[in-house]
Design a protein around this ligand. Structure first.
Ligand code: NDP
Ligand code: GDR
Length: 329
């Protein structure tokens, strides 16, 4: 078999998460052997892989990002050409309740993966899931790769470590490491604790009369929301370039949580003002008020562009939640 015909192998950490599941589906469709790094939990975490009907197609390897030996083992078993490091404690709110764990898992463990790559095979290409949360309290109205970071949460600070250690291993050891600075991206597979899914789930429950009110925190916060399914393609594209680099991935449009609620509830035939109440306990100790990404570099260099805007995204999420609740799930 010629080199071009050899199947590529990818290892995804965080395969049970929203992005991990969509990326696994995307890479399987590209003909990859897909390995997933699976943390041991007390309960089942495979529902997203089942939802996409790919559980049988991915190969799962037990491991935890905090245990470098398990990462080395996973690299050896998978013989990965590409590693996508998506695992993290990714909920910003929890990062104030569990700052040490968040620092270790979301931040320090990135160096575990990079060290494992350096030891096993420096030719493995590496994707790090960086985030717009690193911009935090920014003065720039639109954020790009050149915008100064000012993270506002332990999560954002931990992600900055992951970001810079990726750049450092690229500059120190020539590792093909890319950091994707992704803005918020959502889907029907989004965890229920994140605001979009909390809202779309509530709109569907209220529609079916099984919930009365929806309590939210700061609904004036603005986010640049895109569709996770679009965004995983950008991750892959970064690792297919001639040289490693870092890219902002965003839609270039921002909306308030309030506008997102309006979209979700009106799709369900409801007025959000009749149901949404503010609970001050849901305000964060330090908020990221406004995020808006400039995806020009990703467009120019990767040929990547978002396909799904906020309205279409939220509507497809409400549709999925309505269907799920109707089916008693
Ligand atoms: P999720 O929270 O849905 O998924 C996180 C994944 O990390 C889960 O598979 C989880 O496993 C796994 N994980 C957590 N701790 C460990 C550990 N110690 N060892 C191994 N695996 C672990 O996140 P998303 O899919 O939304 O995001 C993917 C990545 O992208 C994250 O790093 C996130 O911070 C980042 N990001 C996300 C954005 C978004 O808008 N979605 C935007 C920018 C960046 P388990 O299921 O067992 O808990
Ligand atoms: P974020 O997403 O913090 O941007 O991080 P989240 O959906 O949690 O919050 C977005 C904004 O909504 C405001 N908000 C609420 N948020 C939640 N979760 N619940 C509420 O009730 C509520 N009310 C208002 C928040 O204050 C915030 O301003 C996500 C995660 O996926 C990160 O891992 C990722 O890095 C960033 O997106 C980009």
């Amino acid at each position: 078999m010629s080199k071009a015909n050899v199947k590529k192998s990818a290892l995804i950490t965080g395969i049970t998460g929203q992005d991990g599941a969509y990326l696994a589906e995307f890479l399987l469709n590209k003909g990859y052997d897909v390995y997933g790094f699976l943390a041991r939990r007390g309960s089942d975490t495979l529902w997203r892989l089942r939802y996409l009907n790919i559980l049988e197609d991915v190969k799962l390897i037990d491991g935890d990002l905090l245990d470098m030996s398990s990462i080395i083992r996973a690299l050896e078993i998978s013989k990965a050409d590409e590693v996508y490091n998506l695992a993290a404690q990714s909920f910003v709110g929890t990062s104030w309740q569990q700052p040490v764990l968040t620092t270790q898992v979301t931040g320090f463990s990135v160096v575990n993966v990079l060290e494992a790559i350096r030891l096993v095979n420096v030719k493995i290409k590496f994707y790090q899931a960086s985030t717009s949360e690193m911009f935090g309290k920014t003065n720039e109205t639109i954020q790009s790769e050149d915008t100064v970071f000012h993270p506002r949460s332990p999560y954002g600070v931990a992600k900055m470590f992951g970001h810079y250690i990726t750049i450092n291993y690229r500059e120190s050891f020539g590792i093909f490491g890319c950091a994707g600075i992704l803005f918020n991206h959502e889907s029907p597979l989004r965890g229920i604790e994140f605001v979009t899914r909390k809202v779309t789930d509530a709109a569907a429950r209220i529609k079916y009369g099984i919930q009365k009110k929806l309590y939210l925190g700061n609904i004036d916060a603005q986010r640049d929301w895109g569709y996770a399914k679009d965004y995983v393609e950008a991750m892959w594209l970064m690792l297919q370039q001639d040289a490693p680099d870092d890219y902002v991935v965003a839609t270039g449009k921002t909306s308030t949580v309030r506008e997102m609620c309006e979209t979700a509830f009106s799709y369900a035939g409801l007025n959000y003002k009749d149901y949404v109440e503010i609970d001050p306990k849901l305000y964060r100790p330090a908020e990221v008020e406004r995020l808006l990404g400039n995806p020009a570099k990703a467009k120019e260099k990767l040929g990547w562009q978002h396909k799904t805007g906020m309205k279409e995204l939220i509507e497809l999420m409400v549709e999925a939640d309505l269907k799920r609740i109707k089916n008693g799930l």
